[in-house]
Design a protein around this ligand. Structure first.
Ligand SMILES: [Ca+2]
Ligand SMILES: [Ca+2]
Length: 254
């Protein structure tokens, strides 16, 4: 009887202690890094895994994403609203200051919180987190070329295949105003040579370089290649055609 009585007291004490723990925080407040399940990236609107009160009286929930969901942007209430994060996935979480994985980059290591050296950077705080993706390595946070599907010529508005992308399968004689003179990198996953022009298909415009002094009517990106565009081609191409490469001496000739 004595033994049973002692066990009973011990269990009762533990229950009282647990009760104390669970009722410790006042209603409506939230403690650090709550509501983040395993294998999720959780984005919080205040420092150290806290959520900014939303005026409803109950604690708002963080935004949480499974490791296969890499959104090009967030709903209005979460746009530029991230202040801290918990990456509970096994991937690097790549945070971007612009939508469509553009702008400033912050690579968050797997299984890390926004503490110490992993704090959201001042640059990112100023510009605001606007999109994210998951990557198997830190380096892959700094490129977006993987989005280009096989068989397409892909144009990107930022260097390294980042920012807005368009995938094309055919010749384009005149780029739309939203793309004209705005391409900064290219990936060619067609089986043809991509021949970029400084003007429209019918234009006689040429690029000129000073050292060496030369003029170019085409800029070539071979099948399977990817590249950043440098001067004078960056932010300058206005049309392209795809050359089947059946006549080596005549590649991309006007
Ligand atoms: Ca932003
Ligand atoms: Ca142009």
């Amino acid at each position: 009887m004595k033994i049973h009585f002692k066990r009973g007291s011990l269990i009762a004490s533990v229950i009282v202690l647990l009760g104390t723990l669970f009722t410790a925080s006042p209603a409506g407040a939230n403690t650090a890094y709550e509501n983040c399940d395993d294998n999720r990236l959780c984005l919080y609107t205040a420092e150290s895994g806290q959520m900014k009160p939303d005026g409803s009286g109950s604690a708002p929930l963080p935004r949480t994403y499974e490791a296969h969901i890499s959104p090009p942007g967030y709903p209005a209430d979460f746009e530029n609203a991230t202040i801290s994060f918990w990456n509970r996935t096994g991937y690097w979480a790549c945070l971007y200051s612009e939508s469509k994985w553009g702008g400033t980059v912050q690579a968050v290591p797997p299984l890390s919180k926004a503490d110490g050296e992993n704090e959201l950077s001042p640059a990112m705080k100023a510009a605001g987190v606007s999109s994210h993706k998951f990557a198997p390595s830190m380096a892959l946070c700094f490129t977006g070329y993987e989005r280009c599907a096989d068989g397409y010529l892909c144009l990107f508005k930022e260097k390294n295949g980042r920012g807005e992308m368009v995938m094309l399968a055919n010749d384009v004689t005149t780029y739309a105003p939203t793309w004209d003179n705005q391409v900064e990198s290219v990936r060619n996953r067609t089986d043809k040579i991509a021949c970029f022009r400084p003007g429209t298909a019918s234009s006689t415009e040429k690029w000129t370089t000073a050292a060496p002094a030369a003029t170019y009517s085409r800029y070539l990106v071979h099948a399977g290649d990817l590249t950043n565009l440098t001067a004078p081609y960056a932010d300058s191409i206005s049309s392209h055609h795809l050359d089947p490469n059946s006549d080596f001496d005549e590649d991309c000739k006007p």
